[in-house]
Design a protein around this ligand. Structure first.
Ligand SMILES: Cc1cc2nc3c(=O)[nH]c(=O)nc-3n(C[C@H](O)[C@H](O)[C@H](O)COP(=O)(O)O)c2cc1C
Length: 335
Protein backbone atom coordinates (compact mmCIF):
# COMPACT_ATOMS: atom_id res chain seq x y z
CA UNK A 1 0.00 0.00 0.00
CA UNK A 2 1.50 3.28 -1.14
CA UNK A 3 0.48 6.29 0.91
CA UNK A 4 1.22 9.87 -0.05
CA UNK A 5 1.93 11.93 3.06
CA UNK A 6 1.59 15.67 2.51
CA UNK A 7 3.28 18.18 4.83
CA UNK A 8 1.13 21.29 4.45
CA UNK A 9 3.10 23.85 6.45
CA UNK A 10 5.53 25.86 4.31
CA UNK A 11 6.91 28.12 7.05
CA UNK A 12 10.71 28.36 7.33
CA UNK A 13 10.41 27.54 11.03
CA UNK A 14 7.69 24.99 11.58
CA UNK A 15 6.75 21.74 13.27
CA UNK A 16 4.77 20.13 10.44
CA UNK A 17 7.74 18.07 9.27
CA UNK A 18 8.22 16.68 12.79
CA UNK A 19 4.58 15.60 13.05
CA UNK A 20 4.76 14.12 9.55
CA UNK A 21 7.68 11.93 10.68
CA UNK A 22 5.65 10.43 13.52
CA UNK A 23 2.68 9.82 11.20
CA UNK A 24 5.02 8.17 8.67
CA UNK A 25 6.40 5.88 11.36
CA UNK A 26 2.92 4.75 12.40
CA UNK A 27 1.80 4.19 8.81
CA UNK A 28 4.99 2.21 8.19
CA UNK A 29 4.22 0.00 11.19
CA UNK A 30 0.96 -0.91 9.44
CA UNK A 31 2.84 -2.06 6.38
CA UNK A 32 2.33 1.07 4.29
CA UNK A 33 5.04 2.43 2.06
CA UNK A 34 4.99 6.21 2.51
CA UNK A 35 6.12 8.97 0.18
CA UNK A 36 6.40 12.36 1.85
CA UNK A 37 5.65 15.43 -0.24
CA UNK A 38 6.56 18.71 1.41
CA UNK A 39 4.60 21.63 -0.02
CA UNK A 40 7.53 23.88 0.88
CA UNK A 41 9.81 22.13 -1.59
CA UNK A 42 7.15 21.02 -4.08
CA UNK A 43 7.33 24.59 -5.34
CA UNK A 44 3.92 24.90 -6.98
CA UNK A 45 3.12 28.47 -8.06
CA UNK A 46 -0.33 29.91 -7.42
CA UNK A 47 -2.73 28.01 -9.66
CA UNK A 48 -1.66 28.94 -13.18
CA UNK A 49 -3.47 26.38 -15.34
CA UNK A 50 -5.60 27.97 -18.07
CA UNK A 51 -8.26 25.23 -18.06
CA UNK A 52 -10.31 23.90 -15.19
CA UNK A 53 -8.40 21.08 -13.47
CA UNK A 54 -11.50 18.87 -13.76
CA UNK A 55 -10.83 18.74 -17.52
CA UNK A 56 -7.48 17.08 -16.84
CA UNK A 57 -5.63 18.93 -19.62
CA UNK A 58 -2.60 20.39 -17.95
CA UNK A 59 -0.44 23.02 -19.63
CA UNK A 60 2.45 22.99 -17.21
CA UNK A 61 5.10 20.45 -16.34
CA UNK A 62 4.81 21.18 -12.57
CA UNK A 63 1.10 20.29 -12.74
CA UNK A 64 1.76 17.06 -14.65
CA UNK A 65 4.37 16.03 -12.08
CA UNK A 66 2.03 16.81 -9.17
CA UNK A 67 -0.77 14.95 -10.97
CA UNK A 68 1.43 11.85 -11.38
CA UNK A 69 2.49 11.94 -7.73
CA UNK A 70 -1.09 11.98 -6.47
CA UNK A 71 -2.34 9.51 -9.08
CA UNK A 72 0.39 7.01 -8.13
CA UNK A 73 -0.68 6.89 -4.48
CA UNK A 74 -3.20 4.38 -3.15
CA UNK A 75 -4.20 6.77 -0.37
CA UNK A 76 -3.36 10.26 0.89
CA UNK A 77 -2.73 11.54 4.41
CA UNK A 78 -2.52 15.30 4.86
CA UNK A 79 -0.69 16.68 7.88
CA UNK A 80 -1.95 20.22 8.27
CA UNK A 81 -1.57 23.02 10.80
CA UNK A 82 -4.42 25.27 11.89
CA UNK A 83 -3.99 28.92 10.95
CA UNK A 84 -6.67 31.43 11.93
CA UNK A 85 -9.30 28.75 12.30
CA UNK A 86 -8.56 27.22 8.90
CA UNK A 87 -5.93 25.35 6.91
CA UNK A 88 -3.02 26.96 5.00
CA UNK A 89 -3.50 28.66 1.64
CA UNK A 90 -0.66 26.64 0.11
CA UNK A 91 -2.62 23.48 0.80
CA UNK A 92 -5.80 24.76 -0.86
CA UNK A 93 -3.69 25.78 -3.83
CA UNK A 94 -2.12 22.33 -4.10
CA UNK A 95 -5.54 20.69 -3.82
CA UNK A 96 -7.12 22.95 -6.46
CA UNK A 97 -4.44 22.17 -9.04
CA UNK A 98 -5.95 18.70 -9.55
CA UNK A 99 -9.33 17.05 -9.53
CA UNK A 100 -9.74 13.50 -10.86
CA UNK A 101 -6.53 12.44 -9.11
CA UNK A 102 -8.16 12.98 -5.69
CA UNK A 103 -11.50 11.40 -6.53
CA UNK A 104 -12.39 8.05 -4.92
CA UNK A 105 -9.01 7.94 -3.21
CA UNK A 106 -8.97 7.04 0.49
CA UNK A 107 -7.87 10.11 2.43
CA UNK A 108 -7.22 11.14 6.00
CA UNK A 109 -6.32 14.33 7.83
CA UNK A 110 -4.01 14.81 10.77
CA UNK A 111 -4.39 18.40 11.95
CA UNK A 112 -2.70 20.27 14.75
CA UNK A 113 -2.57 23.67 16.40
CA UNK A 114 -2.00 25.55 19.60
CA UNK A 115 -5.67 25.06 20.47
CA UNK A 116 -6.02 21.89 18.44
CA UNK A 117 -6.70 21.37 14.76
CA UNK A 118 -10.49 20.98 14.85
CA UNK A 119 -11.46 23.88 12.59
CA UNK A 120 -8.71 23.24 10.09
CA UNK A 121 -9.78 19.59 10.03
CA UNK A 122 -13.46 20.42 9.49
CA UNK A 123 -12.80 22.81 6.61
CA UNK A 124 -10.38 20.53 4.81
CA UNK A 125 -12.65 17.54 5.33
CA UNK A 126 -15.49 19.46 3.68
CA UNK A 127 -13.36 20.39 0.66
CA UNK A 128 -11.88 16.92 0.11
CA UNK A 129 -15.27 15.26 0.57
CA UNK A 130 -16.71 17.63 -2.03
CA UNK A 131 -14.04 16.59 -4.50
CA UNK A 132 -14.95 12.98 -3.83
CA UNK A 133 -12.15 11.59 -1.69
CA UNK A 134 -13.19 8.69 0.53
CA UNK A 135 -12.37 10.46 3.76
CA UNK A 136 -11.52 8.76 7.01
CA UNK A 137 -14.43 9.60 9.32
CA UNK A 138 -12.43 10.89 12.28
CA UNK A 139 -8.87 11.87 11.41
CA UNK A 140 -6.69 12.96 14.31
CA UNK A 141 -6.66 16.44 15.85
CA UNK A 142 -3.57 17.28 17.87
CA UNK A 143 -3.22 19.99 20.52
CA UNK A 144 0.28 21.47 20.76
CA UNK A 145 0.69 22.98 24.24
CA UNK A 146 3.01 25.99 24.44
CA UNK A 147 5.58 24.04 26.46
CA UNK A 148 5.96 21.42 23.76
CA UNK A 149 7.92 24.03 21.74
CA UNK A 150 11.58 24.78 22.39
CA UNK A 151 13.17 28.23 22.15
CA UNK A 152 13.75 27.60 18.46
CA UNK A 153 9.98 27.09 17.97
CA UNK A 154 10.51 23.46 17.04
CA UNK A 155 8.92 20.63 19.01
CA UNK A 156 11.29 19.50 21.73
CA UNK A 157 10.11 15.90 21.38
CA UNK A 158 7.56 15.20 18.64
CA UNK A 159 7.15 11.56 19.69
CA UNK A 160 6.22 12.66 23.20
CA UNK A 161 3.75 15.26 21.92
CA UNK A 162 2.10 12.60 19.77
CA UNK A 163 2.03 9.90 22.46
CA UNK A 164 -1.55 10.66 23.60
CA UNK A 165 -2.69 10.34 19.98
CA UNK A 166 -0.96 7.09 19.08
CA UNK A 167 -4.05 4.93 19.58
CA UNK A 168 -6.05 7.19 17.29
CA UNK A 169 -3.24 7.25 14.74
CA UNK A 170 -3.03 3.48 14.86
CA UNK A 171 -6.75 3.24 14.20
CA UNK A 172 -6.49 5.70 11.34
CA UNK A 173 -3.59 3.81 9.78
CA UNK A 174 -5.41 0.50 10.07
CA UNK A 175 -8.59 1.89 8.50
CA UNK A 176 -6.67 3.52 5.69
CA UNK A 177 -4.64 0.45 4.81
CA UNK A 178 -7.81 -1.67 4.94
CA UNK A 179 -9.72 0.74 2.71
CA UNK A 180 -7.22 0.62 -0.14
CA UNK A 181 -8.55 -1.39 -3.04
CA UNK A 182 -12.01 -1.61 -1.56
CA UNK A 183 -14.85 -0.09 -3.49
CA UNK A 184 -17.77 0.30 -1.09
CA UNK A 185 -20.27 0.87 -3.92
CA UNK A 186 -19.19 -2.20 -5.88
CA UNK A 187 -19.41 -4.24 -2.70
CA UNK A 188 -22.97 -3.00 -2.36
CA UNK A 189 -22.42 -2.23 1.28
CA UNK A 190 -22.03 0.85 3.36
CA UNK A 191 -18.49 1.27 4.58
CA UNK A 192 -18.15 -0.26 8.03
CA UNK A 193 -19.22 2.20 10.68
CA UNK A 194 -16.18 3.07 12.77
CA UNK A 195 -16.35 2.96 16.53
CA UNK A 196 -16.50 6.20 18.43
CA UNK A 197 -13.28 8.17 18.78
CA UNK A 198 -11.71 7.48 22.20
CA UNK A 199 -12.64 10.91 23.61
CA UNK A 200 -16.29 10.46 22.60
CA UNK A 201 -16.36 6.95 24.03
CA UNK A 202 -14.84 8.26 27.25
CA UNK A 203 -17.62 10.88 27.60
CA UNK A 204 -20.29 8.21 27.03
CA UNK A 205 -18.69 5.90 29.63
CA UNK A 206 -18.41 8.70 32.18
CA UNK A 207 -21.99 9.75 31.45
CA UNK A 208 -23.38 6.27 32.08
CA UNK A 209 -21.27 5.94 35.23
CA UNK A 210 -22.51 9.32 36.51
CA UNK A 211 -26.12 8.29 35.84
CA UNK A 212 -25.58 5.04 37.67
CA UNK A 213 -24.00 6.84 40.64
CA UNK A 214 -26.62 9.62 40.48
CA UNK A 215 -23.81 12.13 40.61
CA UNK A 216 -25.41 15.41 39.49
CA UNK A 217 -22.15 17.40 39.36
CA UNK A 218 -20.27 14.82 37.34
CA UNK A 219 -23.23 14.39 35.01
CA UNK A 220 -23.93 18.09 34.43
CA UNK A 221 -20.27 18.76 33.65
CA UNK A 222 -20.42 16.41 30.68
CA UNK A 223 -23.09 18.43 28.88
CA UNK A 224 -22.62 21.33 26.49
CA UNK A 225 -23.73 24.74 27.76
CA UNK A 226 -27.05 24.34 25.93
CA UNK A 227 -27.40 20.55 26.17
CA UNK A 228 -30.75 18.98 27.03
CA UNK A 229 -31.76 16.13 29.28
CA UNK A 230 -35.25 14.66 28.82
CA UNK A 231 -36.25 12.51 31.75
CA UNK A 232 -38.54 9.47 31.70
CA UNK A 233 -41.58 11.60 32.66
CA UNK A 234 -41.01 13.92 29.70
CA UNK A 235 -39.56 16.85 31.67
CA UNK A 236 -36.84 18.67 29.82
CA UNK A 237 -33.83 20.28 31.50
CA UNK A 238 -31.80 22.66 29.38
CA UNK A 239 -28.24 23.73 29.92
CA UNK A 240 -25.45 22.44 32.11
CA UNK A 241 -26.48 24.46 35.17
CA UNK A 242 -30.12 23.45 35.08
CA UNK A 243 -29.27 19.82 34.51
CA UNK A 244 -26.92 19.82 37.50
CA UNK A 245 -29.46 21.64 39.72
CA UNK A 246 -32.54 19.61 38.79
CA UNK A 247 -31.00 16.20 38.23
CA UNK A 248 -31.93 14.96 41.69
CA UNK A 249 -35.64 15.59 40.97
CA UNK A 250 -35.56 14.03 37.52
CA UNK A 251 -37.72 11.03 36.81
CA UNK A 252 -34.89 8.84 35.72
CA UNK A 253 -35.03 5.13 35.23
CA UNK A 254 -35.04 3.43 38.63
CA UNK A 255 -35.67 6.27 41.04
CA UNK A 256 -38.69 4.66 42.70
CA UNK A 257 -37.94 1.14 41.80
CA UNK A 258 -36.15 -1.37 43.92
CA UNK A 259 -35.14 -3.34 40.88
CA UNK A 260 -31.98 -2.72 38.95
CA UNK A 261 -31.50 -2.06 35.29
CA UNK A 262 -29.73 -4.39 32.93
CA UNK A 263 -28.24 -3.11 29.73
CA UNK A 264 -29.54 -5.40 26.99
CA UNK A 265 -27.95 -3.77 23.98
CA UNK A 266 -26.02 -0.82 22.81
CA UNK A 267 -25.35 0.77 19.46
CA UNK A 268 -22.84 3.56 18.92
CA UNK A 269 -22.57 5.32 15.60
CA UNK A 270 -20.33 8.09 14.40
CA UNK A 271 -22.65 10.16 12.19
CA UNK A 272 -19.98 12.63 11.11
CA UNK A 273 -16.57 13.71 12.33
CA UNK A 274 -18.27 15.87 14.98
CA UNK A 275 -21.48 14.03 15.91
CA UNK A 276 -22.03 10.61 17.48
CA UNK A 277 -25.21 8.83 18.52
CA UNK A 278 -25.49 6.16 21.19
CA UNK A 279 -28.54 4.07 22.08
CA UNK A 280 -28.64 1.94 25.19
CA UNK A 281 -31.49 -0.54 25.58
CA UNK A 282 -32.30 -1.73 29.10
CA UNK A 283 -34.79 -3.79 31.06
CA UNK A 284 -35.80 -3.57 34.68
CA UNK A 285 -34.77 -6.66 36.54
CA UNK A 286 -34.24 -7.98 40.02
CA UNK A 287 -37.06 -7.53 42.49
CA UNK A 288 -40.07 -9.52 41.23
CA UNK A 289 -42.42 -7.17 43.12
CA UNK A 290 -41.11 -4.14 41.30
CA UNK A 291 -42.70 -2.97 38.05
CA UNK A 292 -41.16 -4.63 35.06
CA UNK A 293 -40.32 -2.65 32.02
CA UNK A 294 -37.88 -1.85 29.31
CA UNK A 295 -36.64 1.27 27.65
CA UNK A 296 -34.03 3.07 25.68
CA UNK A 297 -31.68 5.85 26.61
CA UNK A 298 -30.38 7.86 23.65
CA UNK A 299 -27.36 10.12 23.84
CA UNK A 300 -26.03 12.58 21.28
CA UNK A 301 -22.38 13.47 21.64
CA UNK A 302 -20.77 16.37 19.77
CA UNK A 303 -17.20 17.54 19.33
CA UNK A 304 -16.23 21.09 20.16
CA UNK A 305 -15.05 22.43 16.77
CA UNK A 306 -11.95 24.07 18.20
CA UNK A 307 -10.77 21.32 20.49
CA UNK A 308 -10.69 17.60 21.00
CA UNK A 309 -13.34 17.82 23.71
CA UNK A 310 -16.55 15.88 23.21
CA UNK A 311 -19.70 16.77 25.19
CA UNK A 312 -23.24 15.47 25.57
CA UNK A 313 -25.62 17.66 23.54
CA UNK A 314 -28.80 15.72 24.24
CA UNK A 315 -30.00 12.76 26.26
CA UNK A 316 -33.47 11.28 26.47
CA UNK A 317 -34.87 8.39 28.52
CA UNK A 318 -37.90 6.44 27.35
CA UNK A 319 -39.42 3.61 29.34
CA UNK A 320 -42.31 1.25 28.66
CA UNK A 321 -44.13 -1.06 31.04
CA UNK A 322 -44.38 -4.71 30.11
CA UNK A 323 -47.96 -5.90 30.26
CA UNK A 324 -49.09 -2.50 31.40
CA UNK A 325 -50.11 0.64 29.57
CA UNK A 326 -48.45 2.78 32.21
CA UNK A 327 -45.01 4.12 31.41
CA UNK A 328 -42.46 2.86 33.83
CA UNK A 329 -40.47 5.39 35.76
CA UNK A 330 -37.27 3.50 35.42
CA UNK A 331 -34.24 3.42 37.63
CA UNK A 332 -30.54 3.86 38.02
CA UNK A 333 -28.85 2.75 34.90
CA UNK A 334 -26.74 -0.18 35.98
CA UNK A 335 -24.42 -0.87 33.10
C1 LIG B 1 -0.65 32.45 10.77
C2 LIG B 1 -0.88 31.57 11.98
C3 LIG B 1 -2.15 31.49 12.50
C4 LIG B 1 -2.41 30.62 13.58
N1 LIG B 1 -3.70 30.47 14.00
C5 LIG B 1 -3.98 29.47 14.87
C6 LIG B 1 -5.33 29.12 15.17
O1 LIG B 1 -6.28 29.71 14.68
N2 LIG B 1 -5.56 28.11 16.03
C7 LIG B 1 -4.55 27.40 16.60
O2 LIG B 1 -4.81 26.47 17.34
N3 LIG B 1 -3.26 27.72 16.36
C8 LIG B 1 -2.96 28.71 15.51
N4 LIG B 1 -1.64 29.02 15.21
C9 LIG B 1 -0.59 28.26 15.89
C10 LIG B 1 -0.12 27.13 14.99
O3 LIG B 1 -1.04 26.09 14.95
C11 LIG B 1 1.22 26.64 15.46
O4 LIG B 1 2.11 27.74 15.34
C12 LIG B 1 1.77 25.48 14.65
O5 LIG B 1 3.10 25.23 15.08
C13 LIG B 1 1.77 25.83 13.18
O6 LIG B 1 2.22 24.73 12.43
P1 LIG B 1 3.64 24.78 11.68
O7 LIG B 1 4.64 25.17 12.74
O8 LIG B 1 3.87 23.40 11.18
O9 LIG B 1 3.51 25.82 10.60
C14 LIG B 1 -1.35 29.89 14.18
C15 LIG B 1 -0.04 30.04 13.64
C16 LIG B 1 0.19 30.84 12.56
C17 LIG B 1 1.58 30.92 12.00
Amino acid sequence: VKILLITASTRPVRVGDQITEVVARVLGAHGAQTEVVDLRTLGLPFLDEPLMPAMGQYAHEHTRRWSQTVADADAVVIVTPQYNAGYPAALKNAVDFLFAEWRDKPGAIVSYGGHGGGQSYDQLHQVLSFIGMRMDPTGVQVVLPRDSYGQDWRLVDAEEVMTPYLDELDGLAARLVASVGRDPEAEGAEPASPGLPPQAQDVVDRFLAALDARDADALGALFTDDGTLLDAAGDRMRGREEITARFDDAALPGADVRAGLDETGRESRLLSSTVAHVEVAWTLTGDPAAPRGRGVTTVQVVRDPNARAWRIAACAHQGWGLGSAEPVVAGALAV
